[in-house]
Design a protein around this ligand. Sequence first.
Ligand SMILES: *Cc1c(COP(=O)(O)O)cnc(C)c1O
Length: 392
Amino acid sequence: MKGFEYLQDELDQMEQDGVYRSLVPLETDQGATVTINAKKVIQLSSNNYLGLTTHPRLKLAAVRAADQYGAGTGSVRTIAGTFTMHEQFEQELAKFKHTEAALVFQSGFTANQAVLASLLTKEDVVISDELNHASIIDGIRLTKAARKIYKHVDMNSLEEALIESKDYRKKLVVTDGVFSMDGNIAPLPEIVALCEKYDALIMVDDAHASGVLGENGRGTVNHFNLDDRVHIQVGTLSKAVGVLGGYVASTRAVREYLIHKGRPFLFSTSHPPTVTAACQEAIQVLLDEPERIERLWFNANYLKRGLEKLGFDTGISETPITPVIVGDEKKAHEFSDKLLQYGVFAQGIAFPTVKKGQARVRTIVTSEHTIDLLDQALEAFEKAGKELKIIK
Ligand SMILES: *Cc1c(COP(=O)(O)O)cnc(C)c1O
């Protein structure tokens, strides 16, 4: 069919520049090792921090829910697609997060869209960290509020933006809790102090901290003991929680308002029973098996220290997200390809996901990796790194 030659031209150019990527289908479930092209490799690219995607309790909960309640819900939440389990789960989630209320969305992405597009008007301003996740950036594109960007985790830059914003009705400061490409933690105590000084609302997107930081994985807000001082927490059920979905944990008024105005909630069908039941079980597992989080952090430190000892640049990571910064885009992808050849699946990440010249291979360990697997992974990194002259 004619008409899309211009797209093909751009794709061809990407291939020439070495930045064209194919999808990598897994032939097994999402474990510490996976099979790709009939070859067993060590998985270092998933967000399955705690191994919950394959936890027997989650699988059983999903099977039972499908059996009893079916494969789908047949409606959006606001018409006929709210089941008792949806509301029950939201109450459990609010209790877990120590907030008044919670509301679940189809994904973390849509949760951000719902909040940012609906809570602010043209009399308001949203103030955002420059390295916030794409779903926050897109959410901000949908708001009628004014927008300001502050330099990454730079408190002087945030304070300037707050001072410039004093004439707006409402100011909302939004930040990732853990930044997904560098693995650093937002300085929430300082952000909260500034927001309180200038009377701003705070929203934290805790996608990479849900299940990872805080007591039983309650997130960065809990990690810093700021439970009553952050207005909106967005979390994901798709990463450490192991299933799919996003949520907003906040006040009853915010929940009620989003039920009326959050467009993904109003205009897109609710989670199937399997998803909700598995998420419910996952929160129980977080409470019952805190040792998973301990193992995750042990493994994260082990891999990070190993990579640093080999001479790799792991940037400013403080969490299980450990980037190996290479710089050149093409080289990052070559590095990733070589690692796969040596039995490690660690994806290359380049512009526009990270800044130009900051290309990297990003690793995320899980609680399910054994020391033996991590040692094998480090050997592969050493071999591939030396061959590409990334390390000496
Ligand atoms: C992954 C991620 C999201 C999106 O979550 P999904 O549930 O996968 O849609 C939102 N925000 C941040 C910071 C993320 O890392």
